[in-house]
Write a protein that binds this ligand. Structure first.
Ligand SMILES: [Zn+2]
Length: 204
């Protein structure tokens, strides 16, 4: 098997004194004129070369990893779903729940202002509308948060506080307050990731 001569000139040939002596790939000097070959400097069995190995994709490879939702977002989604349930439940708690203990029923339907009309709407109608709006915001929030959206905290916080105030003042009672608190908790749950991120930039 012919060894390729590499372009490094070695000492003159000891056999024919020709200057055309080059080093082979294994480091052995070889004369171009008389084919004299000196001792190799490298063991040729270590000088093999390989063609580029291209392996076909295997059917037995593990399935590509499915992206896992951030646990913070999962937790926030759960809080928002619970908030939606609470706001729907608040309507029923105020309008339909009758309890054997009168003071408990009064507590469930607690509202600070004794208004019957607000902006031309009865408080009951307004209450049903607004508690439904709070529930829809919470459900929509859960959908986007579970879809990997992280930016809803200001909306959930604002709506949550509005829901707490409205439930305390007019319609919703403690159940509506719980729904607002769950919205606010969802907003708070979204924020720690931002807080730790900005803290890591701050000097220690
Ligand atoms: Zn020679």
């Amino acid at each position: 098997m012919a060894s390729p001569l590499v372009g490094v000139r070695a000492d003159p040939c000891p056999h024919c004194r020709s200057g055309e002596v080059y080093l082979r790939a294994d480091g052995a000097p070889q004369c171009k004129d008389c084919k004299w070959t000196g001792p190799p400097r490298y063991d040729s069995k270590y000088l093999q070369s390989w063609s580029t190995v291209i392996l076909p994709p295997s059917q037995t490879l593990p399935a590509p990893e499915t992206p896992h939702l951030d646990p913070t977002l999962q937790r926030t989604g759960g809080l928002l779903m619970a908030a939606a349930v609470a706001h729907v439940a608040a309507v029923f708690a105020v309008l339909y729940v009758t309890l054997p203990i009168p003071w408990l029923e009064t507590l469930l339907q607690y509202h600070y202002l004794d208004w019957t009309m607000v902006l031309g709407l009865s408080v009951v109608t307004l209450g049903i509308i607004l508690q439904s709006v709070f529930a829809v915001v919470a459900i929509a929030g859960a959908v986007v948060v579970l879809g990997d959206y992280k930016g809803g905290a200001p909306v959930f916080g604002t709506v949550g506080i509005a829901a707490i105030l409205f439930s305390l003042l007019l319609f919703g009672g403690p159940v509506g307050v719980a729904g607002g608190a769950l919205l606010a908790a969802a907003a708070a749950a979204l924020r720690p990731s931002l807080r730790t991120r900005s803290r890591s930039y701050a000097p220690a």
